[in-house]
Structure formats: C-alpha cells, structure tokens
Design a protein around this ligand. Sequence first.
Ligand SMILES: Nc1ncnc2c1ncn2[C@@H]1O[C@H](COP(=O)(O)OP(=O)(O)OP(=O)(O)O)[C@@H](O)[C@H]1O
Length: 342
Amino acid sequence: MLILNDVAVRYGRFEALRGVDWSVGTGQSTVTALLGPSGCGKSTLLRAIAGFEPLAAGTVSWDGEDLSGRPPHRRDFGVVFQDGQLFPGRTVAQNIAYGLARRGVRGAAAAERVATMLDLVQLGGFEDRPVGALSGGQAQRVALARALAPEPRLLLLDEPLAAIDSQLRESLAESIGTIVRAAGTPTVLVTHDHREAALMADTVSVMRAGRIVQTDSAERLWRRPADEETARFLGARAVVAGVVRSGVLITELGETDLRGRVGFDDLADGDCTVALRPEAVIVEPDPASPAVVEHAAALVAGRRARVRVGGDVFEGVSSVPISVGDHVRLGLAPGALAVVGR
Ligand SMILES: Nc1ncnc2c1ncn2[C@@H]1O[C@H](COP(=O)(O)OP(=O)(O)OP(=O)(O)O)[C@@H](O)[C@H]1O
C-alpha cells in the first residue's frame, strides 16, 4: 500500500504540493483517479510518487518502507505518460520486453510474457510491428503492456488518453480500466476529465492548488462535493441556498424528496448549499413567469437554456423547444443536484 504523509514539493519558491496526505491500494479500490484542473499539481504528485521529483517535506512509503532512498527504477512502479513514449525504431515486442531484460527475464520466458501482455491489451500477434506503424490507441495499449510486463506493484498513468481522439477515448478508457483490474495492479490515474475518472476509477481524489480536497467514489463526489469550487469543477453552473427538512430539500427553485436517494442517505436536516448542473434544472414554458430565456441551444444531450431570474442566472434543460425571450419557470430534477460540503 502506498502512503503519502504531509508531502510537499517546491519549484524554487513556488509550492506545487503542500500537506498531501494520501493512500492508494487500500480495500477494494484498484484504480484511484487524481482529478483536478490544469496546473493543480497532479503530474507533480505522480512524479513525486515515481521518484522523479524530490520532496521538500513529508514521506512517500510503500508497505511501511520509506522510499526516499530509492531511485525511480528501484521502486517497482510502472509509469505510462500522455503519449506513451515508446522507443522508436523498435518493434512492439522489443518495447514490451524492455523492462523484462532489466529483471533478468530473457529468451523464451520473455517472449511468452510479451505474448501474454499483448493478449491482455488485445493486440495478440502484434509482436513484430514497428511501433511507428501503430495508431494512437494501439500505441497507448502497448505502453500499458510495457509498464505491466515486469509486474509492477503500482501503476502510474499520467493522462494516458490525452493524445487520443475523442471518439476512441471512451472505449480505451473502459478497456484500460478492465486491463488493470484483470492484472490486479493498484493504479493511479491522473486526469483533468471527470468523465474519464468516473469511467476508469473506483475512487476519485480531487486536487486543487497543490492539495487533495476530497477522496470519494465518483457517485458520492457528484452528490456531495466537498466545497463549491469542487462542485463547479464537476459541472455545476449555479449554487443556491437550501434547507433540508425530514429528508426533503427546499430551495427557491422548488422542493424535492431526497429520501432513499443514493448519496443522500446520511444527510441531516438543516441549512445547506445546493449545486446545480444544468440537468438538475428543468425549464418549462410559463408566460406568467418573470424568468426569461437569455440563450437557447439544441445539444445532443437535449435542449439547453440559460435563464435570467432577477439578478440570478441558471442553466437548465427543456423537453420542449424554447427560444430566447420566452418566459419560463424553473424546477428541480433530483438526479443531478449536489449538496455541498455536508
Ligand atoms: N519544472 C517545473 N518548474 C517550475 N514550475 C513547475 C515545474 N513543473 C510544474 N510546475 C508548476 O507546478 C504547478 C503544477 O504543475 P503540474 O504539471 O503538476 O500540474 P497538473 O495538474 O499536472 O497540470 P496539467 O493538467 O496541465 O498537466 C503548475 O503551476 C506548474 O506551472
């Protein structure tokens, strides 16, 4: 199990990480995503774990052993970067066998391991291909096979899908999740995309400004973000005050019964802050309402409207066509709302 205790990393006077307490590989969680906006310190944290970045404070340990004296190649961690970084001019098999030779696995044993890894990433028979002749998705799967071949005790993936077409990304995200679970290797996945985190990870840790602000399942994160900034990062467009009474949430947009809903079972009565993704706000035509549509668009996921109500602006969804200038009323859809920080 990987444990980080009060870790700090500095670049000159800039503190890129501070006070990071974190653990990976506990309980049932195989894949842990490190999710956060650009520049928050995700790659720095991954590099600190891998041993590429010296710590200004704190410790990184594995099963109780402090790793500070161990260089990256002696940590037994596999690493895959954004663009795979395969060795050019070599074949797929030569790339995958690279880490095996360093561990003394050669000849027939290495060839067998390479074939097993290629089957795992569904590229059986690709041994003799030059890596320059692979598609982006195939190259990333070879990079994954290369990282997993020496049976690392931890796998570190830094935005492994960043260079992949959006069409392929979702299926590759799923297949990487399946592959690392089949290999049973605890994995850290760095991503700035919350969809990708939810598709691949069992546990999601949200980072901001060099700190980890929340660690939860993706589902819990959607419903109970730690603070307003986290809620906005996860797609909330508006925040309103609410109050919970006997499990019923009451807001200026209406009320909704949260009893029995996943993620809200432990919600105590009292005042709260409610974060609203557009799907949480239902827009319906109502000529008598003072709320007016400022912007309307037909998206693949449905009709979207930006609505002004006095000084406030909400984004919502509509099941009927609406246009700019229409008067509408707003309601709550419980599925996409979140209660912040409680
Ligand atoms: N070698 C370096 N020297 C100085 N500052 C650095 C260095 N590497 C990173 N930083 C700074 O540290 C902060 C964290 O960078 P990091 O690359 O870890 O962020 P990130 O969350 O991985 O971002 P992204 O999603 O854009 O890759 C940023 O402000 C970055 O500018």
